[in-house]
Design a protein around this ligand. Sequence first.
Ligand SMILES: Cc1cc2nc3c(=O)[nH]c(=O)nc-3n(C[C@H](O)[C@H](O)[C@H](O)COP(=O)(O)OP(=O)(O)OC[C@H]3O[C@@H](n4cnc5c(N)ncnc54)[C@H](O)[C@@H]3O)c2cc1C
Length: 417
Amino acid sequence: MRYSGWQVLAQGLMGNKGWKPAWRDPAPKPEYDIVIIGGGGHGLATAFYLAKEHGLRNIAVLEKGYLGGGNVGRNTTIVRANYALPGNSEFYSHSLKLWEGMEQELNYNVMHSQRGVLNLFHSDGQRDAYARRGNAMINQGDDAILLDREGVRKKLPYLDYDQTRFPIYGALYHPRGGTARHDAVAWGYARGADQYGVDLLQKCEVTGIDVENGKVTGVQTTRGAIRAKKVGIVVAGRSGQVAALAGMRLPIESHILQAFVTEGLKPVIDNVITYGMGHFYISQSDKGGLVFGGDLDFYASYAARGNLPMAEHVVEAGMTLMPMIGKARMLRSWGGIMDMSPDGSPIIDKTHIDGLYLNCGWCYGGFKAVPGSGYSFAHLMATDMHHAPAAGFRLDRFATGRGLMDEEGTGSQHNLH
Ligand SMILES: Cc1cc2nc3c(=O)[nH]c(=O)nc-3n(C[C@H](O)[C@H](O)[C@H](O)COP(=O)(O)OP(=O)(O)OC[C@H]3O[C@@H](n4cnc5c(N)ncnc54)[C@H](O)[C@@H]3O)c2cc1C
């Protein structure tokens, strides 16, 4: 069923009785050409692009819970292409272009809103670093504008410009950055993949990976054994555990990251804002809630809930920057499990096991990567060749030390993680 304004009108007139489920609920087949482990944003996008770009059909996505229940439905929804380092820069630029065509491509409203991202800076040194980052973004073909203090004040009059400890010097403004509705992205890719015949198998946890003579032959699941010619591991915070099923030890640590939402308010924050002197970022959802977050909880864990000291730290940073939010009541908070890589950049690569592929290490920035990652991982799995924008995301860089992409400021910091 194609979604459109006419469809909404027609269904409304017919009592909304004609809507069809967005995807099927098939039984697992005994064998697939390709099995994707993990029904998050990256796994679903991979399945979609395998079908759409490479004409493959005999594919299953195996999800241990429900589609969209992982980090793809838990993040603070920021979408941007403001990376500085070669390797990351072209990848996120490619991903943002896919975002810009996503709703047409999927025929699904993911509420992608290019409302602009402003990274505040608070010292001369930080301004110089942001100027360099902005130049790298422009060289990559993306957009960046360096605003001075008055330029920021015109856009964000409600910030505290009188605070003397961390005065606001200006901001790096990225107009094409913004937000999207996170779980709709999972649902849109799920529906798109299903329409190409991909089997989406929920409540299907992978408990074993079968390897014979150095080649993957299938997986063991809670819904039975499934044979496969190729298997992709795309399980975000569970990457270490699932790779261990194939005897691999990954350079990944799993950490908790929290998000917070207030009661619904009238529109007040038009952009995405990040604080340069504390780990705090904020936007306002279409329902009116202020959506904000901070840093990791700083201990490894598989619990999808956070600790109170970090909640206090985040709220303090927010109050320092925009005291007006102190009047809002916080409604909800939750945690997600981040797959932190040592250099803050991801892995999209083959493994030493023939037919077994790995996609992980997205740290706390993998939502904006969903379309680019799915596209590049599908390219790798279908052709056994690295897709150019993601060619630097090799696993062996952590063994050799060559090609590390230490994107400080957006990825993990060695001294902290
Ligand atoms: C609080 C928070 C805020 C964030 N904010 C942002 C942001 O603003 N911008 C941004 O770009 N990124 C952000 N991120 C990061 C982003 O959400 C993640 O990097 C990204 O969603 C991870 O990829 P995914 O969607 O595929 O993961 P997930 O949705 O977690 O998908 C992985 C799936 O694998 C499944 N799985 C695990 N083990 C198995 C198994 N054995 N068998 C079968 N299935 C299995 C899980 O159930 C899960 O559904 C944030 C994350 C959090 C938690």
